[in-house]
Design a protein around this ligand. Structure first.
Ligand code: ATP
Ligand code: FE
Length: 333
């Protein structure tokens, strides 16, 4: 089917038109970084107001780039949560109004399901079930057992900071511009990942849980130390990144040891990281199962992934346009 996707959970005003949950006819995203950069992080009030100003044109833009019209669509998919409430309500209100006015079915999508199903976009062969997903984003880091599109179970998660949050906070320690993840990766490209042995925390070896706040704190103490003051920033960035990748890959491997999966899927904003992608693909080879990494443009927030998730989940995601309410704490399942 042909779905319009709308995603406004954080600071990207994103719209897309996707056929069959796979073929991306249009994928539009207006990045608000310029409005938030001087505050060093996202200001919710600004994000909400920017969404309200941009969304209507962004919907028109996606439809015209896809060469289609509202009356040719089969449905509208929107992120209902989790995220910033002021941002979510703008997308949800727009989607409800469009669905009500056109009579098209409305699909409410969990933003994290969106990240997960991004791995299906622009693929000839989608990941086979059951697969294991490593979802690493700005606000979440979790291992998910995916039995079917509607049977998802979290089997491990971070006990404190998300991996993306650790990247962003460490980037600030290194005086890098917002958003920190891509900037830190770029800096580390000319650094030595073995220069400094930052800790790899495993909070509870009996579980698949992870921890990243201790790592960020040790980078901070290191930078304040005498050796740290003179250390090459490139080496610190590369060594920090290596520690994050090690923890993520170790936990994923542990999960693959525990059960036979037919594929392993990487998703979320941090999935855009080149070092993580390489390690993840190598992990797939080690376990002799296909490893799926979304194209970079589908890793960070986008609306194509929201349409993809709605397509896969079908009637389970279908809601009444009059009664959908944005939920900043929408549960994962
Ligand atoms: P969530 O999806 O949990 O609600 P979010 O939507 O804010 O959070 P995403 O857009 O999925 O998060 O991902 C953004 C995060 O990804 C940021 O923390 C950012 O620093 C990180 N990130 C983006 N690109 C890279 C990269 N190349 N290397 C490391 N981290 C990256
Ligand atoms: Fe996200």
């Amino acid at each position: 089917v042909l779905l319009l996707g709308i995603e406004t959970s954080c600071d990207d005003t994103a719209t897309a038109v996707v056929r069959g949950g796979v073929h991306v006819l249009a994928n539009v995203s207006t990045n608000q970084d310029a409005f938030h950069a001087k505050y060093g992080g996202i200001v919710p009030e600004i994000a909400s107001r920017r969404h309200a100003a941009l969304l209507s044109a962004a919907v028109d833009d996606a439809l015209s780039r896809a060469g289609t019209h509202l009356d040719q669509l089969d449905g509208i998919a929107v992120t209902a949560g989790p995220g910033l409430i002021g941002s979510l309500v703008v997308g949800v209100a727009a989607a409800k109004a469009l669905a009500f006015a056109t009579g098209l079915p409305l699909y409410a999508v969990n933003h994290l399901h969106g990240h997960l199903f991004a791995a299906f976009l622009e693929r000839d062969a989608p990941p086979p079930y059951p697969f294991l997903a490593l979802l690493v984003s700005g606000g979440h880091t979790q291992l998910v057992e995916v039995e079917s599109p509607t049977a998802l179970r979290i089997i491990g998660r971070t006990r404190d900071d998300a991996a993306g949050e650790a990247f962003d906070k460490t980037a600030r320690l290194l005086d890098l511009p917002f958003p920190g993840g891509p900037a830190l990766e770029a800096l580390g490209r000319t650094g030595d990942p073995k220069a400094f042995a930052f800790p790899r925390h495993r909070p509870d070896p009996g579980t698949l849980d992870m921890s990243f706040s201790g790592l960020k704190t040790s980078v901070r103490y290191f930078l304040e130390s005498d050796t740290g003051k003179d250390a090459r920033r490139e080496d610190v960035a590369a060594s920090f990144q290596a520690a994050v990748v090690d923890v993520l890959i170790d936990r994923t491997a542990r999960a693959l040891d525990a059960r036979d999966y037919r594929a392993v899927v990487l998703s979320g904003g941090v999935a855009a990281n080149g070092a993580l992608q390489s390690a993840f693909l190598a992990l797939g080879e080690r376990y002799r199962i296909p490893a799926f990494v979304p194209e970079r443009r589908f890793c960070t927030d986008n609306a194509a992934m929201i349409a993809a998730a709605a397509e896969r989940r079908g009637d389970v995601a279908r809601v009444d346009p009059l009664h959908l309410v944005a939920d900043p704490n929408l549960p994962f399942t």
